[in-house]
Design a protein around this ligand. Structure first.
Ligand code: GLN
Length: 411
């Protein structure tokens, strides 16, 4: 195998998703929904299959209907009239959009700043394109193990960020709402990060795939591309899968100025050429619908309830956690949970963080699968995640209630 892949070990998803299936555990691990996309979106996908042309290649930048719908939906969000010809690129899921961006900008040895914990895919996306990830931590408050904290209390030290910049630094990856913390960066935080990008001429890749999911008291989602002049150096990433409960459709997008989007486009054309046509039609239908109907607000209301089903349980179990401001994960401190001494773990967990064992035991013995977040830390920082488990609440209320019943055994 090539060096670029030979060191990859089994990723967290390929361990825990099959494990949840085998053990018939309730899967609150990988963040996918166990309910259908909105009917309008699902029906639009079916209808698209009946249209001869919608089964063929799309325009490599994305189907015009979807780019127009994205421009209509996001122009208001970005406070500018987006040009669907040049400022929007439809991608094969958000992940491929990020891969194409790294491919479009990184030369061998270029450094990319990633905040830790990070969504795991960023790292191979960077290294496969010759780049080098450089980590800067998001830190919880020092008493986080003793109480419920807000995701807003996880903070970035700007001086520490500055200390990581070298002549090789080319990009910074931002993730808001953040996976796995749920943090929504506020305008002051975004401005401070943006200033560092300005001073050092960095490109900002802002992964905002959970942009439609943020919780009160937040009533607006702040975007770094809207601050000062940062539009000029920012590519924002979005996701049809997250927006419309269709994570397997692999329809995402990049939004940014022509002078940046065109290089991601150049790379993407040589990777996937174009994106799944019928699903683009369906995502377009969803966005068109959302222009006049409160489907995103309804979704927020539903997710608020789902979040409370789990948070109430963790309160009851007296387990500290991070209350997310956005996205659909709760990071729980598991240090009070005792694993019986005689419990045996499979070999595959040997060279992993301690949190892998906790999540394995929860899946196998309690029947609820969670994700060990050390996967979101560089190896030498695995101990920072030793006492955490990430629970996803993008599931039906019924399934969440069943999980609650099982987790009550931890009392
Ligand atoms: N974004 C989802 C999560 O964090 C799943 C990602 C994946 O499977 N690669 O759970």
């Amino acid at each position: 195998p090539a060096d670029r892949v030979s060191h990859f070990s089994r990723d967290v998803w390929s361990i825990f998703t099959p494990l949840a299936m085998e053990t018939k555990a309730i899967n609150l691990g990988q963040g996918f929904m166990n309910f259908a996309p909105p009917a309008i979106v699902q029906n639009a996908a079916k209808e698209a299959l009946e249209v001869v042309e919608a089964n063929q290649y799309s325009h490599p930048r994305g189907r015009p209907r979807l780019r127009n719908a994205l421009a209509a939906s996001y122009s208001e969000q970005f406070d500018r009239k987006l040009d669907p010809e040049t400022e929007i690129l439809v991608t094969a899921g958000a992940n491929e959009g990020m891969f194409a961006t790294f491919a479009g900008f990184l030369d061998a040895g270029d450094e990319v700043i990633c905040m830790e914990p990070f969504f795991d895919q960023y790292i191979p996306n960077i290294t496969m394109n010759g780049g080098k990830p450089v980590y800067v931590p998001l830190r919880p408050p020092t008493d986080a193990a003793d109480r419920v904290i807000s995701s807003h209390e996880w903070t970035l030290d700007i001086e520490e960020l500055k200390s990581k910049i070298t002549p090789k630094t080319k990009m910074i990856v931002l993730n808001t709402p953040h996976n796995p913390i749920g943090k929504v960066f506020d305008e002051n935080e975004l401005r401070a990060i943006g200033q560092v990008a300005e001073e050092n001429n960095l490109i900002i890749l802002s992964d905002e795939v959970y942009d439609r999911l943020y919780y009160p008291p937040l009533n607006k989602f702040p975007r770094i591309a809207n601050i000062d002049n940062l539009w000029e150096r920012t590519i924002t990433v979005g996701s049809g899968g997250k927006s419309f409960a269709a994570t397997g459709w692999r329809v995402g997008w990049l939004i940014g100025p022509d002078h940046l989007i065109k290089h991601a486009f150049a790379a993407q054309t040589r990777v996937v050429f174009c994106v799944n046509s019928p699903c683009q039609e369906a995502v377009a239908a969803g966005l068109e619908n959302a222009l006049t109907k409160p489907i995103f607000q309804d979704q927020i209301d539903q997710y608020l309830h789902k979040k409370s089903i789990l948070s109430k349980l963790f309160d009851e179990l007296n387990l500290p956690y991070t209350m997310p401001e956005g996205a659909y994960y709760i990071l729980v401190n598991t240090s009070k949970i005792q694993i019986p001494k005689d419990f045996e773990f499979p070999e595959i967990l040997e060279d992993r963080g301690a949190d892998f064992k906790m999540c394995y035991w929860l899946t196998k013995q309690i029947g609820v699968c969670a994700i060990p977040p050390s996967e979101f830390y560089e190896r030498e920082h695995w101990p920072l995640a030793a006492n955490f488990a990430r629970f996803a609440f993008c599931k039906t209320d019924e399934v969440l209630e069943q999980a609650v019943e099982r987790l009550k055994e931890l009392k």
